[in-house]
Each structure stands twice: as structure tokens, then as C-alpha cells.
Write a protein that binds this ligand. Structure first.
Ligand SMILES: *[C@@H]1O[C@H](CO)[C@@H](O)[C@H](O)[C@H]1NC(C)=O
Length: 302
């Protein structure tokens, strides 16, 4: 009996502590490590200045921070997603007015945090938190089920992934199981293994994409809503093109670690890559704006 109760206590514990997050930690850490490779000198400096700390944490720890404060700051939860009221696979679309709740959503959060990073009327701790939120949200905005309202972003669709059946849902396999399988990782990992795996994945994605150019990305940090909506709509389309393509009954019936995984893996890699590039371009633009503003104020002051 006692073991039985303990079992339920643990089950409860697991599922309260790690329910609906964004990409799992490996995905978020990879976005951060890969973005770091595309930062300009000024962009790097901005990250270094804002994240400076004596706890030895790096940009990948900053990327996972937003998930760790959800418990203590429940009002930040809606900032991690937007519940598009569409109907995949038949129709996909996101509308800011209709889909962003009055408690906020990932689009309004990206807007808010973008403004706050360079806002000198907020203190350094707040600017640092704004950057950490941004690093996280630019990851989440590339996870198709973070920009989808159907079945609570896939959380309500129970699925099987390889030998894991009981605890998995469509959302969690996109967050964690698919990224882990791409990297040959076990389901749960220790902190340092996670960082090593993410650093290696970032290196691989960097090499694989070396011949691509980074231009023509939305970088209007003064109009964050425009860029964020562009990213959200693009990611949301993947729900029609792939994520829900065969319909929910099919997803519930099949082992998604097989054929479905083969199709999903390249999409996940591409999304992590895009998130990293866009994050880097975003941070570089924030750093450039900050520098040009301080130059201008020198001129004004004579
Ligand atoms: C912007 O972020 C700050 C700091 O987290 C928060 O207090 C505020 O409510 C946010 N504003 C909006 C409109 O989301």
C-alpha cells in the first residue's frame, strides 16, 4: 500500500513539474548555443553584459530559465504559446486579435520583452530577465504545437512513441521525444549531459547549414509584432502540412517513433535552426540599436 501511494505521489510530482513546456531543455539549449555562433561582436557583448553572473551559467541556461519560473510566476505561463483557433489539417492560421488572450501570448510577450531589453527605465535585472525570456520564446515560437489551440496544443492527444505509451502526448513528443531520438538520447537526462548533447547538436546544425545565407530575415526590433506574427504563421502552417496531416485518430493509433518520426525529424532540425538564426539576428539588431542610440545621445549632449 505504501509503495502504491508513493507511486501516485511520484506520478503526481512528475506531471505537475513538467507538463506543457516549450521545446524540452535540449531543444532550448541547442537554439541558444547555435544562436551564439551567429552573434556579432556587439550582440555577444550585449548577451555577456546582461547575463553576467557568478553562478557560471551560460546562454543555454538562460534559454531554459523561463520554464523554471512558471511555478512561481503563473502569470507568465500564457506567454509561452498562442492558441490558434484553426482546424488542422484542413485549415491553419493565426490571428493576433482573436487568438492572443488578454492574459498575453507568445506574440505579445516577444513584443514586450523586445522593448524591455533596451528600455533604460527598467533596471538591469529586468533587462536581463527580458533577454532570458526572449531567448526562450524565440525557441517556443518555432514549435508547431506552441502556436496551435487544437486539443490544447496537442496535450490532449495521447500517443505512443517507441516503447513509451503511458505518459506521452502529441505535444510532449514534439518537445522532447523527437529531439532526443534525433540525438540518440535517453528520455531523461542529467543537467550536464543535456548541455553536452545540445552543444553537439548545435555544432552539427551549424555545419550542415553553413552554405545558407542569413539575409532576408525579419529583424525589425522596433516592430516586433510584425516579425513575431510572421514566425507564428509560418510555424502554424506546419500543423496542416505535417503535424496533424493524417488526422487525430491516426496519431492515436500508430507508434509515432516510426514513420511519423522519420518525417518529423528534419522538420524539428529545421525549426531549431531557424529559431537560432532569428534569435541571433534579433539580438544583433538590439545591440546595434542600443549602440546607435548611445552615439546619438553623445551628439546631443555635445
Ligand atoms: C511585460 O513584462 C513585464 C515583466 O515581466 C510584466 O510585468 C508586464 O506585465 C508585461 N506586460 C505585458 C503587456 O505583457
Amino acid at each position: 500500500m505504501r509503495h502504491f501511494l508513493l507511486f501516485f505521489a511520484l506520478l503526481h510530482f512528475c506531471c505537475i513539474l513538467q507538463p506543457i513546456s516549450g521545446w524540452g531543455d535540449v531543444g532550448h539549449r541547442t537554439v541558444a548555443y547555435l544562436a551564439a555562433k551567429y552573434l556579432t561582436e556587439e550582440g555577444s557583448q550585449l548577451v555577456k553584459d546582461l547575463l553576467s553572473n557568478d553562478e557560471g551559467y551560460d546562454i543555454s541556461d538562460a534559454a531554459t530559465w523561463a520554464d523554471t519560473v512558471k511555478q512561481k510566476r503563473p502569470y507568465t505561463r500564457p506567454w509561452h504559446y498562442i492558441d490558434a483557433l484553426d482546424n488542422p489539417p484542413d485549415s491553419c492560421d493565426v490571428a493576433y486579435e482573436a487568438d492572443c488572450s488578454d492574459k498575453g501570448c507568445i506574440v505579445s510577450a516577444i513584443q514586450n520583452m523586445t522593448h524591455r531589453v533596451n528600455d533604460d527605465s527598467v533596471d538591469d535585472t529586468q533587462r536581463k530577465e527580458a533577454l532570458m525570456f526572449l531567448i526562450h520564446f524565440l525557441g517556443d515560437v518555432h514549435q508547431p504545437l506552441h502556436v496551435e489551440g487544437t486539443a490544447r496544443g496537442g496535450n490532449a492527444i495521447k500517443v505512443c512513441f517507441d516503447s513509451r505509451c503511458a505518459q506521452e502526448n502529441l505535444h510532449s513528443i514534439w518537445d522532447t521525444d523527437i529531439p532526443h531520438k534525433i540525438n540518440g538520447l535517453k528520455h531523461s537526462l542529467k543537467h550536464n549531459d543535456e548541455k553536452d548533447a545540445a552543444a553537439e547538436w548545435a555544432e552539427r546544425l551549424y555545419t550542415d547549414n553553413q552554405k545558407r545565407t542569413l539575409i532576408a530575415e525579419c529583424s525589425e526590433i522596433l516592430k516586433p509584432l510584425k516579425c513575431a506574427m510572421q514566425w507564428v504563421k509560418e510555424t502554424n502552417r506546419l500543423n496542416c502540412e505535417f503535424v496533424f496531416k493524417n488526422g487525430i485518430p491516426w496519431l492515436e493509433r500508430n507508434n509515432l517513433g516510426e514513420e511519423y518520426y522519420e518525417g518529423a525529424a528534419p522538420i524539428v532540425s529545421e525549426q531549431i535552426y531557424k529559431a537560432a538564426v532569428r534569435l541571433a539576428i534579433w539580438i544583433n539588431a538590439l545591440a546595434a540599436e542600443r549602440i546607435s542610440r548611445s552615439r546619438n545621445s553623445f551628439v546631443v549632449q555635445g
